[in-house]
Design a protein around this ligand. Structure first.
Ligand code: PMP
Length: 444
């Protein structure tokens, strides 16, 4: 605990805080010191219920000894080994374990696994695989990528190009991409439970972009099956099925970004399983190691993999990889994480919690400033009306209030997002709703 005691109010001089307006950020940051199960403990010793599984990643709860021990053991045995044209058994074992539960179901598993170090790397990897695949099958003019307004796909140059959050994009040059409309429609869908009933027709926006650019220029379309970072945006009923059909019609690959939805968040191992729609590539990270060690993975279908392997003689299939692809310590953490997920049934536990979660969240309807409530699996959002002239300020106040009362939530603009660890019990669901409800009643 030595490192914890040095500074309860750390200097802001050196740590350049990510996704933080450092120029304005002058307050002492809230500091978390330790974590166990569903709770953080902050630097002052206060317990804080983790309503967000860290950043959507600690699906099995905090401080899992099995992961700690696996990491320690691996560090002592083999701390690092290259995986370029060689390797170590742990990465191969982990890929095999992942393949057994890979998205797509028993008949169509996307069981070729490319390891990365993060969600952003997974996204850029998948986009590159898509473009390389198209070239390999003789479709070399297909280099354009399609994303969606309000989509979040990490912060690599590929990810921001297909991403649709304006703040992440402006300033930086982008690779050729365009964006379908987003599917958030509070006017028609406010307070609907689970998947929104209206908006299926928004999938036809892909047809518009095909007409605009020409199918022969488009390599892939990438969507989050459920958008998390922009404030929990759910696909209307039938929407993903329709996207799949349009993509197929024009030879466009479909990529699901499951960095958040992967590993049990919706009550199925992957969102792909939840929706029964099988994409060509799936990106993951976060829950793959329960957040303990940075890692990501891209799952590719046999069609994509074989397409790359059977390309023209002499053409390089995919020249791509990371120093930390299949890192032994991350792989060991991942195997231990999968052990926990499988033994405790966490990849499907959310299905049994979903109704309780839904009822609890929707009990907040009618409280001051609440404009919409959305839920799916063990994800929820409470969207507030903005305070005049100060968008985001009200939700931020609620965030501060909740933290003070012992609950960690996440806010994006005026949207409060919730995604607790999947080990959550009913009492903790009630506690989340109770603290949040009280904070909403106090909000100005
Ligand atoms: N894709 C999605 C859907 C995400 O939610 C995130 C992170 N929130 C990323 C990509 C980027 O992941 P990372 O921060 O690990 O690079």
């Amino acid at each position: 605990m030595d490192h914890l005691s040095k500074s309860n109010t750390p200097s802001l001089e050196n740590f350049w805080m990510p996704f933080t307006a450092n120029r304005q950020f002058k307050a002492a940051p809230r500091l978390l010191a330790s974590a166990e199960g569903m709770y953080y403990t902050d630097i002052d010793g206060n317990k804080v219920l983790d309503g967000t599984a860290g950043l959507w990643c600690v699906n099995a709860g905090h401080g899992r000894k099995r992961i700690t021990e696996a990491v320690e053991r691996q560090l002592r045995t083999l701390d690092f080994a290259p995986t370029f044209q060689m390797g170590h058994p742990v990465a191969f074992d982990f890929a095999e374990r992942l393949a057994a539960i890979a998205p797509g179901g028993p008949d169509a598993r996307l069981d070729r696994v490319f390891f990365t170090g993060s969600g952003s790397e997974s996204v850029d990897t998948a986009l590159k695989i898509a473009i390389a695949y198209q070239r390999s099958i003789g479709q070399g003019t297909r280099t354009r990528l399609i994303g969606r307004e309000k989509g979040y796909h990490g912060v690599g140059f590929g990810g921001i190009s297909v991403g649709g959050l304006v703040n992440n994009r402006r300033v930086f040059p982008q690779i050729p991409a365009d964006h379908m409309r987003h599917t958030l429609d509070i006017e028609r869908n406010a307070f609907s439970k689970g998947l929104p009933p209206h908006g299926l027709e928004l999938a036809e926006d892909l047809e518009r972009l095909v007409a605009l650019h020409g199918a022969e220029t488009i390599a892939a379309v990438i969507v989050e099956p459920m958008s998390g970072s922009a404030g929990v945006i759910l696909p209307p009923k039938g929407y993903l099925e329709r996207l799949r059909a349009i993509a197929d019609k024009y030879g466009i690959l479909l990529i699901f970004d499951e960095v958040i939805t992967g590993f049990g968040r919706l009550g199925t191992p992957f969102a792909t399983d939840y929706f029964g729609v099988v994409p060509d590539l799936v990106t993951t990270a976060k829950g793959i190691t329960n957040g303990a060690i940075p890692m990501g993975a891209v799952f590719a279908s046999r069609k994509v993999y074989d397409g790359l392997m059977n390309g023209p003689e002499g053409q390089i299939e995919l020249f791509h990889g990371y120093t930390y692809s299949g890192h032994p310590v991350a792989s060991a953490a991942g195997i231990a994480t999968l052990d926990i997920y499988e033994e405790e049934g966490l990849l499907t536990r959310g299905a049994g919690l979903a109704d309780t979660w839904q009822d609890a969240l929707h009990s907040l309807k009618g409280l001051p400033h609440v404009a919409d409530i959305r839920n799916l699996g063990v994800v929820g959002a409470v969207e507030l009306t903005s305070r005049d002239g100060a968008p985001g300020a009200r939700a931020y106040d609620v965030f501060v209030d909740c933290f003070r009362k012992g609950l960690l939530i996440r806010v994006t603009g005026d949207i409060i997002a919730l995604s607790p660890p999947l080990i959550i019990e009913k009492e903790e669901i009630e506690k989340i709703v109770s603290i949040l409800g009280d904070a909403l009643k106090r909000a100005q």
